[in-house]
Design a protein around this ligand. Structure first.
Ligand code: DAK
Length: 260
């Protein structure tokens, strides 16, 4: 096992588990955590024996509650832009791994936390998990490529509900076929991150599977890289709305919005 400051990297058999390890802050993503994630991904890429990756969060409550609100509240516009850039870059590297990646979501996956899960190939969610993009409540928009990846994953209508209205996804009462999220049955408190059968673990499969998937499976969206809309993002971080929202969260009160 490798222990980074805010993250653990474990290897069992041919599966590498990347565990965000800031449970007291609900595994919120700050610059140091994103940098740790980049380091862990570099190690995974160098390890030729890894056939699958599981990304998860420490503790029972959260996969990740998103970008670190306290850290963002203290950022200048330039720092905010660099933070967003780093998030894009690291999630892009995760998405580009030539092996299947599973997000095992045991609690909340909100904001940047859901964006992290969306950069994984599969999302396996515990019964009590909640997934959403609540940035709108903070005067922000998803800043790590979620606006694009969410549309690819759940369709444009559902994505708009999540992003514009801040709605959250929880386990549907009836299992909907074709759902892009695998919900675990009510009896299971933790997600079973291994969607493969015991008789057919990743080591038993051709390593080409991941390569094939990268080459063919996602061809429909080739050329549609998540846009880091620099001017738009820079404008957002300079505006007062986000500041108001971020501060209100930290002070545990409802933000008083002004203007449109
Ligand atoms: N960041 C930092 N700390 C967080 C956090 C977060 N996102 N979420 C929770 N925490 C901390 C809390 O402050 C609290 O810390 P202490 O007070 O104990 O020190 C601790 O985690 C436990 O949280 P709660 O006491 O609130 O726990 P509850 O069970 O009552 O509530 C909750 C759990 C997940 C419902 C609640 O914590 C919550 O609503 N959290 C915020 C979720 C959220 O809004 N996520 C979105 C974050 S914004 C951009 C760049 C990036 C982004 C956007 C734009 N640009 C540059 C343009 C990304 C944005 C986001 O992801």
């Amino acid at each position: 096992m490798t222990a980074f400051a805010n993250l653990l990297l474990e290897r069992a058999d041919a599966v590498a588990t990347i565990r965000l390890n800031r449970p007291k802050a609900l595994n919120a993503l700050d610059t140091a955590t994103l940098q740790d994630l980049a380091r862990a991904l570099r190690d995974v890429r160098r390890d030729g024996d890894v056939r699958a990756v599981v990304v998860t969060g420490a503790g029972d409550k959260a996969f990740s509650a998103g970008a670190d609100i306290a850290a963002m509240a203290a950022m200048s516009a330039v720092e905010g832009h660099a933070f967003s850039r780093l998030g894009h870059e690291v999630l892009g590297r995760l998405e580009a791994l030539p092996i299947p990646v599973v997000a095992a979501v045991g609690g909340v996956a909100l904001g940047g936390g859901l964006e992290l899960a969306l950069a994984c190939d599969l999302i396996v969610a515990a019964d009590r998990a909640r997934l959403g993009q609540p940035e709108i409540n903070l005067g922000l928009i998803p800043g790590f490529g979620g606006t694009q990846r969410l549309v690819w994953r759940v369709g444009v209508g559902r994505a708009r509900e999540l992003v514009y209205l801040g709605r959250q996804l929880s386990r549907p009462r009836r299992s909907a076929s074709g759902s892009s999220i695998a919900w675990c049955p009510p009896s299971s408190s933790r997600p079973r991150p291994r969607p493969w059968r015991r008789s057919s673990p990743p080591r038993r499969r051709s390593p080409d599977a991941g390569q094939a998937r990268r080459g063919g499976g996602d061809r429909g969206r080739a050329g549609h890289r998540p846009a880091l809309r620099e001017r738009g993002l820079r404008r957002r971080v300079r505006q007062r709305g986000p500041r108001r929202g971020l501060r209100a969260f930290l002070e545990r009160r409802t933000p008083a919005w002004k203007g449109r």
